[in-house]
Design a binder for this molecule. Structure first.
Ligand code: GRF
Length: 204
């Protein structure tokens, strides 16, 4: 049984779907939910689901990413995860951290990578006039939002979409995609998964 730690910074809706899916014949189980923010709403949700939680507050390590990650590692090593899922985790991890856990870190990013790495992905897709948007689950490497893609889900961009309406449409797919990818990854299968919604008629 693979041990899975989930890192969050906020509400943890992706974490919730991962934790809820890790039951029965799923090859992984959640062993820790860790946040860099003590006020992250996901911490309470994880505790309610019976998952151990921890906080490593990045504000305790001002301008010292290495010290933050050293603390992060010491907490993670106690949980001894085989897999680390970043789920709404908003801290950029240095190559030191990524190399320490190489090949075992997944992230979900709200764009169809390699398009729109970084922030404000939905606003950028709308601004560019894209007819499709979506989310990607990828392995975390030294390149921000740049690792091998393990899954993607596509949604239409509709007339009148705002970043908020598009984000909520994509988030529904994130909650389908990430558990599907984690199941496969935990079973040792890196074959990419592509999901597509029943397409509403995108703007032509
Ligand atoms: C999601 O849009 C996810 O793509 C991004 O963070 C947002 C919030 O995630 N990484 P969650 O609700 O905290 O899981």
């Amino acid at each position: 049984m693979r041990r899975c730690a989930v890192l969050i910074s906020g509400g943890g809706s992706n974490m919730m779907t991962l934790v809820r899916d890790m039951t029965g014949d799923h090859p992984a189980r959640p062993v820790l939910v860790l946040s860099n923010r003590p006020d992250a709403g996901g911490l309470k949700k994880a505790a309610e689901l019976g998952v151990p939680t921890a906080v490593v507050d990045h504000r305790d390590f001002p301008r010292d990413r290495e010290a933050f990650e050293t603390k992060l590692n010491s907490v993670l090593e106690k949980a001894n995860p085989d897999i680390i899922c970043l789920a709404g985790f908003m801290r950029v991890l240095t190559p030191v951290f990524v190399d320490r856990w190489a090949g075992r870190i997944l992230n979900i990013h709200p764009s169809l990578l390699p398009k729109y790495p970084g922030l404000n992905t939905h606003a950028r897709a709308i601004e560019a006039g894209d007819r499709e948007a979506g989310c990607s689950v990828h392995e975390v490497t030294d390149v921000l939002d740049g690792g091998p893609i393990l899954g993607q889900a596509r949604v239409p961009v509709l007339a009148g979409d705002t970043p908020e309406t598009l984000a909520s449409r994509v988030l529904i797919e994130e909650h389908r995609l990430y558990p599907a990818v984690l199941r496969r990854f935990a079973a040792g299968d890196r074959t990419p998964i592509v999901l597509s919604t029943t397409s509403e008629s995108p703007i032509n």
